[in-house]
Structure formats: C-alpha cells, structure tokens
Write a protein that binds this ligand. Structure first.
Ligand SMILES: NC(=O)c1ccc[n+]([C@@H]2O[C@H](COP(=O)([O-])OP(=O)(O)OC[C@H]3O[C@@H](n4cnc5c(N)ncnc54)[C@H](O)[C@@H]3O)[C@@H](O)[C@H]2O)c1
Length: 255
C-alpha cells in the first residue's frame, strides 16, 4: 500500500510538531517544513517516516525549492497543512508598516505561496488543504490588528480554495484554534490575557496542541471526504458564546 504524504509547515514545534506526530501515528509520511533549521533538525530526529526541509514560507523561491525536494523524496503529496505563523500583539497606534508586512508575509503570503506551489501536485489524485487561522480571525479583539486581520484573510482564502479546487477532488478547510500553550502563545499572552481567555472559554482552560492536531488530521483524512470550505473553531467554545460567562459561573457556584 502506498503511504499518503502530508506537508506540514511550522513543524519544528508546537501545533505543527504535534500534527506531524499524529500523522505519523496514523500511518502517513510527513514532510516537516520550518525556517528554524536547528529546531527542525532536532524535532525530526527519530521520527520514522518524516523528512525535514528547511524553508521560509514567505519566500517564493524557497517554497518552490521545498516542494521540489518533497516530491524528489516522497514522490507524491496528498495533504498540505499551512500551519507556520507568527504572532505580534500590539495596538493600532504601535503597529507600523514594517510589522504589518512581516505578519502578513508569514501568516497570509506564506499560506498563498505554499498552496499555489502544492496545488498542481494535489490535482493529480485529489487531496486536502488545511489552513490554520485563529479565533482572532473570527472575532476582533484588542492588540491584534495585523495578526487578527491576517487570520481573517486566511479564512477567506480557504473559501476561495474550496470553491475552485473541488472539481479536482481537493478539499480546503480551516482550523481556528483557541489559545494553546505553545511558544507563540507564551510570547504574547500576558497574565491579563490568560485570565481573560479563561473567563471567556466555556471549557475554562487552554487547549493542547494535540487537541488541535486531532482536528487537522481528521480534516486531511478520508473520514472528512465530504467536508470542504469550512472553518472549525477548536477553541473550548470561545467562538460560540457572548457575554455573561463569568457571571453565570459565579451564580451556579461552579456547578
Ligand atoms: N498557540 C496558540 O494559542 C494559537 C492560537 C491560534 C492560532 N495559532 C496558530 O497556530 C499556528 C501554529 O502556532 P504555534 O502556537 O504552534 O506556534 P509556534 O511559535 O510554537 O510554532 C510555529 C512554528 O512556525 C515556524 N515558522 C514561523 N514563521 C515561519 C516561516 N516564515 N516559514 C517557516 N516556518 C515558520 C516557527 O519557526 C515555529 O517552529 C500559527 O499559525 C498560529 O498563528 C496558535
């Protein structure tokens, strides 16, 4: 039996590494992509069925070379997980054009470029794209002018991909994670932000990278064969609720 191959960007740590591990456990082969060469090398060590390729997803030439390397190594590609991303939390007033461009270059251009390079190969036998957005792309908040806008654009880009690629048997879906304790979140979530998240999340906790990976690998698998164009918030219920959660908890005494 020919094993399916997934490309996972931002695979050196966090959600990308958890997704890589879960794919491998489910019998897939994985091309692990990251721009942090030494972290990538360490992460890939001992992972049977994984192949690491250093690449910055915001640089077109590097993306093209990466896709060729993956093809040379595995000979096929069946799924693309556009997970590489950066977070920068600051106010509108403090967001200058250089920061705006940096966030857009990785979070939005990177998804566009990698998809464009992989799609011709997915067209050969059908496949799946899963783009990683964020709850910050579903609902506005403070400090996320660049990050939140880039993630909202990723959600729209996913719909565009689903609309055009269905006839080739390519499904495109989006996962919008809530807060997960990765290096990315640790860098931008102050104690105040952490407390606010706990208050706003019905499940009352941060998620784990493996809980996000479960949904990503499901959407890439044949078990999701009739699902396309969707954004699934994996967020402990954050996106489903409005005002009143802390007050309700206080009233019900935590019951
Ligand atoms: N952690 C959270 O709370 C959270 C919440 C919502 C969405 N997300 C999204 O999930 C994705 C993964 O986040 P994470 O928390 O695992 O982050 P992380 O910082 O732990 O890992 C991200 C990885 O992406 C790599 N990367 C960054 N820019 C890259 C580039 N230009 N080219 C190639 N690789 C690059 C980094 O080197 C790193 O290994 C991101 O898109 C992020 O926006 C995370």
């Amino acid at each position: 039996m020919t094993l399916k191959t997934a490309i996972v960007t931002g695979a050196a740590r966090g959600i990308g590494l958890a997704t890589t591990r879960l794919f491998l456990a489910q019998g897939w082969r994985v091309a692990m992509i990251d721009r942090d060469t030494s972290a990538l090398k360490d992460a890939a060590k001992g992972l049977d069925g994984a192949h690491a390729v250093a690449c910055d997803v915001s640089v077109p030439d590097q993306v093209d070379a990466m896709v060729q390397q993956v093809l040379d190594h595995f000979g096929r590609m069946d799924a693309l997980v556009n997970n590489a991303g950066i977070a920068d939390f600051r106010s509108l007033a403090d967001t200058d054009f250089a920061i705006w461009r940096q966030v857009m270059a990785v979070n939005l251009d990177g998804v566009f470029l990698t998809s464009q390079a992989v799609i011709p190969h997915l067209k050969q036998r059908g496949g799946a794209i899963v783009n990683i957005a964020s709850i910050s792309g579903l609902r506005a908040s403070t400090l996320r002018v660049a990050y939140g806008t880039s993630k909202a654009a990723v959600i729209q880009l996913t719909g565009q991909q689903a609309a055009e690629l269905g006839e080739w048997g390519i499904r495109a879906n989006c996962v919008a994670p809530g807060p997960v304790d990765t290096k990315l979140a640790l860098a931008v979530h102050s104690p105040e932000i952490r407390a606010a998240y706990h208050d706003a999340i019905p499940l009352n906790r941060y998620g784990t990278e493996f809980e996000i990976a479960e949904v990503i690998t499901f959407l890439c698998s044949d078990r999701a064969s009739y699902v396309t164009g969707q954004t699934i918030a994996v967020d402990g219920g954050f996106d489903a609720v409005g005002v009143g959660l802390p007050a309700l908890r206080a009233q019900s005494g935590g019951m």
